[in-house]
Design a protein around this ligand. Structure first.
Ligand code: ADP
Length: 194
C-alpha cells in the first residue's frame, strides 16, 4: 500500500499516520519529524531546515524533495509507505510522481483530513502546552495555516482528479477518525508489488 496523508496543522495527520502505517506494516514517513530530528541533532540539514520551521514556512522544495527521494529508496519502502506531510507544494507533487514511475509503484490513495479552523487552533495551542513544540505559538500557527491554505490545500484537486482522494472528517476522537479512515480505505484495491 502506497499512501499519503494531508491535512492542515493540527488535523491529527501524524497520529493517524502512525496507526495506519502500523496496520499495513509499512513505514510512516513524516517530513516534519525528520526535520525536527535533524534539527535536534544539529545536522547540516537540521540547521538549514530550522529557520523555516521556526517561522512556519516550508523548507525549500529541493531540500525536501532530495530528502524524501533518498528515504523512499530505503529497503523498508519496497512494499509500501505512508507519507505524512509530503507533498505540500506543486513541485513536491511532481517530484513524488517522478520518484514513483516504476510499474506498480503508483500511489494507491491520498487521504485528506478535514477539520474546522477553530478546532485546529484550539488543538495546537493545547499541544503547545503539553509538548512545547517551537512552532506551536499563536503567531507561527497562523502562519502555518496560511501557508497550508495557499500552497497545500489546492493540491488535493490533483489527487481528486486521479480518483484516489479520500476526504475524511477529522473532527472527534482519534479512534473515531481512525475508524472513518479504515472504512474509507476498505474499498481500495491494493496492488501487489514484487
Ligand atoms: P504541521 O503540519 O503541524 O505544520 P509538521 O510536523 O508536518 O507539522 O511540519 C512542521 C514543519 O516542517 C513545517 O511547518 C515545515 O517548516 C516543515 N516541513 C514539513 N514537511 C514539509 C514539506 N513537505 N515541505 C516543506 N517543509 C516541510
Amino acid at each position: 500500500m502506497r499512501l499519503l496523508i494531508m491535512g492542515p496543522p493540527g488535523s491529527g495527520k501524524g497520529t493517524q499516520a502512525v496507526q495506519l502505517a502500523g496496520r499495513f506494516g509499512i513505514p510512516a514517513i513524516s517530513t516534519g519529524d525528520i526535520f525536527r530530528a535533524n534539527a535536534a541533532e544539529g545536522t547540516a540539514l537540521g540547521r538549514r531546515a530550522r529557520r523555516y520551521m521556526d517561522a512556519g514556512d516550508y523548507v525549500p522544495d529541493h531540500v525536501t524533495n532530495a530528502m524524501v527521494r533518498a528515504r523512499l529508496e530505503d529497503p523498508d519502502c519496497v512494499h509500501g509507505f505512508l507519507l505524512d506531510g509530503y507533498p505540500r507544494t506543486l513541485r513536491q507533487v511532481a517530484a513524488l510522481d517522478e520518484a514513483l514511475t516504476e510499474p506498480g509503484t503508483a500511489l494507491d490513495c491520498a487521504i485528506e483530513l478535514v477539520v474546522d479552523q477553530d478546532v485546529l487552533v484550539d488543538r495546537l495551542l493545547r499541544r503547545a502546552q503539553s509538548q512545547g513544540r517551537a512552532d506551536d505559538t499563536a503567531q507561527v500557527i497562523r502562519r502555518r495555516q496560511e501557508v497550508y491554505d495557499q500552497q497545500t490545500a489546492p493540491l488535493t484537486n490533483h489527487y481528486a482528479e486521479r480518483g484516489i482522494l479520500h476526504r475524511i472528517d477529522g473532527d472527534g476522537q482519534v479512534a473515531r477518525v481512525a475508524a472513518r479512515i479504515a472504512e474509507s480505505l476498505a474499498g481500495v484495491p491494493v496492488k501487489v508489488s514484487s
